[in-house]
Design a protein around this ligand. Structure first.
Ligand SMILES: [Zn+2]
Length: 155
């Protein structure tokens, strides 16, 4: 099943291909200050595929703390749509179903997640294990910088 969503203005879109039902997949709420400021609710499926589409000038990247992921926001409407990590053919992401207004995943029981105590290495390993393999339809987005150099070397 393919679920789709878009930011408020529609310049950024995402599709999420998964064999799991929304019930089986579940939704998570990261407890970090950034995610709570956006009211983000996230989904991912390591066996699925996410496709993100948008023009380079419409994507704003934000990174903070350990700088192990890029948080993608619409440069036009400001909505946070996804966090991404990796590069080339090894990009993974988690989608914010609230920002993308993916109605099938809204108003579900949320699992609060606390990742604050993770080391950098554990955080990267968890994301590669749990997040969704991801491609960008616009190759300009895929070759942009994702995280610090040491992550690229070990990814
Ligand atoms: Zn937008």
């Amino acid at each position: 099943m393919i679920y789709t969503g878009q930011c408020h203005c529609g310049k950024l879109t995402a599709s999420f291909d998964t064999e799991k039902t929304p019930e089986a997949l579940g939704v998570r709420t990261c407890q970090c200050a950034f995610c709570r400021a956006h009211g983000a609710v996230n989904i991912s499926d390591p066996n699925g595929l996410t496709t993100i589409d948008g023009a380079l000038e419409d994507v704003r990247r934000y990174t903070f703390a350990l700088r192990t992921a890029d948080f993608l926001l619409c440069n036009n409407c400001g909505v946070y749509i996804a966090a991404v990590m990796g590069e080339g053919d090894k990009i993974v992401s988690t989608l914010n179903v609230v920002g993308l207004r993916m109605k099938e995943f809204l108003d579900r029981d949320e699992a609060p997640m606390e990742y604050g105590a993770e080391t950098t290495e554990k955080r990267i390993a968890r994301r590669f294990e749990k997040w969704t393999p991801t491609r960008f339809t616009n190759p300009e987005l895929a070759v942009a910088n994702f995280g610090p150099q040491e992550i690229k070397a070990s990814a």
